[in-house]
Design a protein around this ligand. Sequence first.
Ligand code: MN
Length: 360
Amino acid sequence: MNKRHDPGHGAPPLAAPYESNASIAEVADRLRHAGAVAVLTHSKPDGDAVGSTMALVRTLRLLGKQAQGVFIPPWNPRLEPIVLDTPVVHVRHGCFDHPPLANADCVAIVDTGSWNQVSDARAWLAPRREDCIVIDHHAHGDADIAGVRHIDARACAAAELVARVCKDLLGLGSFTGFPPDIAEPLYLGLATDTGWFRHSNVTSGALRLAADFIDCGVDHNRLYRLIEQSDSPRRLRLLRRALERLELIDDDRIAIIALDRHAIDECQATQDELGGLTDLPQTVGSVRAVAVLTELEPGLTKVSMRSKAVDPPESPVDVNRVAQTLGGGGHLHAAGAKVHAPIDEAKRRAIEALRRGMRP
Ligand SMILES: [Mn+2]
């Protein structure tokens, strides 16, 4: 054993770094030699997760394999028209002894490589580690989740990497050769993970790929309507109420929205429809940090926080650290906490914590 990496007597082995150990061609080869493949993705699957899963399942089925998509809840019914009649299993209560899953001799995990994003599947995955393949574009994950890994954090979406695998599997000369039902979910993955080609992760490669998928026959308008223009009237009523409750403080640098149970119930908004309210105030130039408070029950308040990227020498508000002072956590620009306090008290604490976080 290499001395330098010897963790020493009794010490746990060092965690392997989360990086590729297989090329696209090697991943495709592994799938080509599999019989029955389960394609798994992170819980609460989004456009990229569902798009990547559907494209890979349909490609493998074209090759005559028994392939199934596996979705861990909560499921967004808006994505149903992407799935249509492709075989999928919606896992309930972490139950994986459904026959097509029990028979799988290979598991492909797309758009994640983190145990905590597939925690329902942990007991099922752990003994299959050597038959698991990860295809992911996140910088962080757990290398011990799969024996074969293709990880490329430069890719704007997992769909970009899955597209390369599918092209290899189908032996295509170019990305314009995909059947429309494989190009469509891949396009959806690229579009949703780049905010419809607006976010900073968009690359010339992603735009070229998207153009190729349109040439395959993808209907951009149908997908845009489906994902971005299918809200319920309740959602718009909730946005109106949220804007009524919006407060801009500290020279319009901090934005706060507090929605008590009465306001939420009045709009008949579901928990799902409460998502994304943090986007609204971030459109204002002066706003540096946003907190949206929603009353889950009397005495329990959810706080969602966001901060904007800024140009140096300014430094962004680290909402991860701010949320930690409230008993939560997250990332530099997106974090949250559940505060055991009535909403007014939680709001006072969130403002105080954000003000501390704004100080250099
Ligand atoms: Mn993704």
